[in-house]
Design a protein around this ligand. Structure first.
Ligand code: ATP
Ligand code: MG
Length: 445
């Protein structure tokens, strides 16, 4: 087991001060899995005021004194040091009414959520693992400590932490733990929107997100009730071999781990319920589901307090997920004008994920080939320095005024018309040609 020198130093300082010190939680789990760790936790029998005293001369921040946590900075590394504690009764499904400090390491490990998060390690004494966490980590199993129903009733956030960790680590959830997640799911409504959004985003970006989501739709319904009618909704199409929810979960698996694209993949067909119609041959169509989906995404992500830029981008991607992407240079430039390079590549990635999550019919293969052609043309246009934004034009507002446009709104109108002409290939993006065109447009617009 290898930990940064700063961690060992903190351990030594605590032991020299007469205390016990163990590295604990996610960083031990991640070290056993040979994964990078982003936050370090130590646990000690010393009360917080003694911890503060032990680190005299270091930067010490009383992060959560009431819960016994102080953060010390050693060689630039922040380390959370928490006193052994027992969490009192929970009344709100999230926070213990009071916490009690303890002198027993085992008490502290027992209050933790999963066996894999209750392994502790000391560079001097080795592992302490009373709940079999090391075996569960080796087997890739997520298992509650104690009675899962009780543990999720105490704090429902643990349900989402479990799903998120399963997606991040590609672990499976032990049967009793999974059954309790389902039984306790309605308690998720007590969790703050920010925490729900944070855990869901991390879940969605995990390498095993597609598999985990496919198996936990019912658990997520209290958080996103709009998913309920998607679960089991038959598509009546030879191009689909999954129900609407299963298709969206599969699309997540095929999407790059960009939170905008993953969120869009997960919700791209959320507008389908209520839009189903059957044609004379009995084939299903979902007219209007893009627009309806975009509106629902706006509602869902606003309710979850997602950042405004995320809400705007994800609902835009969902609105556009089915639109034609013509592989002509002109078609590509028009799309670049609407979405910019980043947005366009996100839309292409979403389209690819969506198509790959279909049944593999000749029609689907043909659409994938069209998408390949579109992306290839887009790359070529970008590499050639194609003009698709006003600031890329070979003339600016001043030039346009000199060519005869009246200063004021007309300048913008002329510039935009010039950009349209360049994008459509009617005028080259060259100064002389543009000035000539501007002089002509100035009298028209
Ligand atoms: P990550 O850091 O990747 O989010 P983590 O498991 O380290 O995963 P932290 O929030 O850093 O999560 O928490 C550190 C440790 O605190 C956990 O490993 C676990 O032992 C304990 N813990 C965190 N949240 C809870 C909770 N809601 N209930 C019980 N124990 C928890
Ligand atoms: Mg952590």
């Amino acid at each position: 087991m290898r930990f940064p020198k700063a961690i060992e130093k903190a351990e030594q300082i605590l032991t020299r001060f007469g205390g016990e010190a163990y590295i604990v939680g996610g960083c031990v789990r991640d070290a056993l899995l040979d994964r990078p760790c982003h936050d370090y936790d130590l646990t000690t029998n010393l009360p917080p005021e003694h911890v503060i005293e032990a680190f005299t001369g270091y930067t010490v921040i009383p992060t959560g004194l009431r819960h016994g946590t102080v953060t010390v900075h050693i060689d630039g590394l922040p380390i959370d040091i928490t006193t052994y504690r027992i969490d009192g009764t929970y009344t709100d499904g999230r926070h213990p009414v009071h916490v009690r400090f303890s002198t027993s390491l085992e008490d502290d490990l027992r209050r933790r959520d999963f066996t894999m998060n209750a392994v502790c390690y000391s560079t001097v004494r080795g592992f302490v693992d009373p709940f079999g966490g090391v075996d569960d980590i080796r087997a890739g199993t997520i298992r509650c400590i104690g009675d899962p129903l009780e543990r999720f009733s105490e704090d429902a956030l643990r349900i989402l932490r479990g799903l998120r960790l399963a997606a991040q680590l590609d672990f499976s959830i032990e049967d009793e733990t999974l059954a309790a997640m389902t039984a306790c799911r309605s308690l998720l409504t007590r969790i703050s929107a920010e925490r729900l959004y944070g855990e869901l985003t991390r879940l969605l970006c995990g390498p095993a997100a597609g598999r985990v989501l496919a198996g936990c739709g019912d658990i997520l319904v209290p958080v996103i009730p709009e998913l309920a009618p998607c679960i089991g909704l038959e598509q009546h199409s030879i191009h689909h071999d999954r129900d609407v929810y299963g298709h969206m979960a599969a699309a997540v698996a095929f999407a790059p781990a960009d939170p905008n694209v993953r969120w869009a993949a997960f919700l791209h067909d959320v507008g389908k319920p209520g839009c189903l119609s059957l044609d004379a041959e009995g084939a299903g169509h979902f007219y209007g589901h893009n627009e309806r989906g975009a509106q629902l995404v706006q509602k869902i992500l606003t309710r979850l307090h997602a950042p405004k830029s995320r809400i705007a981008r994800v609902s835009q991607l969902v609105r556009m997920h089915d639109m034609a992407l013509p592989a002509t240079p002109q078609g590509v430039r028009r799309w670049l004008r609407r979405l910019d390079e980043t947005g366009l590549m996100q839309l292409a990635a979403l389209r690819r994920a969506d198509l790959t999550a279909h049944a593999c019919t000749p029609w689907v293969k043909q659409r994938l080939a069209q998408l390949d052609a579109f992306v290839e043309t887009a790359r070529a246009q970008l590499a050639a320095g194609a003009c698709y934004r006003l600031d890329m034009l070979a003339v600016n507002g001043r030039d346009v005024i000199e060519a005869g446009a009246v200063p004021g709104p007309e300048v913008g109108r002329v510039l935009n018309a010039l950009l349209d002409s360049v994008i459509d290939g009617e005028v080259p993006n060259e100064r002389d040609a543009l000035l000539q065109r501007a002089a002509y447009l100035a009298h028209l617009l």
